[in-house]
Write a protein that binds this ligand. Structure first.
Ligand SMILES: Nc1ncnc2c1ncn2[C@@H]1O[C@H](COP(=O)(O)OP(=O)(O)OP(=O)(O)O)[C@@H](O)[C@H]1O
Ligand SMILES: [Mg+2]
Length: 247
């Protein structure tokens, strides 16, 4: 087993003349929470798109457990153990909470079972129950997603990403638009997940970043400006200028 579950090397993508992600390298230790911070437009979501296969890098490598998966499509990366949630909610609003989870968990069923009725998908159904419980959504299981509060939808989105039992979970601003209370609850939840899964997070709430992260990566204008412990990053003058807006 490689020490770092996810590693990116010299990753780049350009959109026209814009270097959205420019030569970014880092490695993520297993069962740690690593957070990517940086101003709007720094390239954080694009970095996730490159890692998850949504966008093909122009150069560089993406390694999962030491194996090169560069340029593979999202379903191949998912099979390699990578899952993600999106900055914009990406759920089936007209389906129930349980159905959204079940669709995502269906991948756990052996191929030979794929033709059987959904109700017979025992592994997937057990995973759904486990996630409903863990994410405090058991009472909401039969409701259409459209009826949930924004906070509950964001929480469900994390549960959906986890349904396939990934090794690495990429979360793009999971607390975006949440109330203070929901943000705190989500932070606790994310912390509790890190015993099972390695988490790479994008987050703007700096208090949450400092309390939740084992490691912080700072992006600025497509480049990695700094990385280190939360305290190291906060004390870095270049980071203070670029991100906190003062030196
Ligand atoms: N598909 C695309 N085509 C062209 N430009 C893009 C594309 N995706 C992102 N960009 C540009 O790349 C830059 C980085 O965008 P990105 O969404 O990665 O930033 P971000 O750090 O996630 O910002 P935010 O904090 O606002 O979510 C921006 O200037 C954005 O407009
Ligand atoms: Mg973004």
């Amino acid at each position: 087993m490689s020490a770092s579950v996810l590693e990116v090397r010299d990753l780049s993508v350009h959109f026209g003349g814009l270097r959205a992600v420019d030569n970014v390298s880092f490695a993520i230790a297993r069962h740690r929470i690593t957070t990517v911070i940086g101003p709007n437009g720094a390239g954080k979501s694009t970095l996730f798109n490159l890692i998850s296969g949504a966008v093909r890098p122009r150069a560089g490598q993406v390694l999962i457990d030491g194996v090169d998966h560069t340029g593979e499509p999202p379903h191949r990366l998912q099979a390699a153990g990578l899952a993600r949630s999106f900055q914009i909610t990406n759920l089936f609003f007209e389906l129930s909470v349980a159905e959204n989870l079940r669709l995502a968990a269906q991948i756990l069923e052996p191929m030979a079972m794929a033709w059987r009725p959904v109700a017979a998908s025992r592994t997937a159904l057990a995973r759904v129950d486990e996630l409903l419980e863990r994410f405090g959504l058991t009472d909401k299981a039969p409701y259409p997603v459209g009826k949930l509060s924004h906070g509950e939808q964001r929480r469900l989105e994390v549960a959906v990403a986890l349904a396939c039992k990934p090794k690495v979970l990429l979360l793009d601003e999971p607390t975006q638009g949440m109330s203070h209370g929901d943000t705190e609850d989500t932070a606790k939840l994310i912390k509790s997940l890190s015993s099972d899964v390695t988490i790479l997070l994008i987050e703007h709430d700096i208090g949450l970043v400092m309390s939740l992260s084992d490691h912080v990566i700072v992006m600025h204008q497509g480049q990695k400006l700094a990385e280190g412990t939360p305290a190291e990053v906060r004390g870095n003058p270049a980071v203070q200028t670029a991100y906190f807006g003062h030196a």
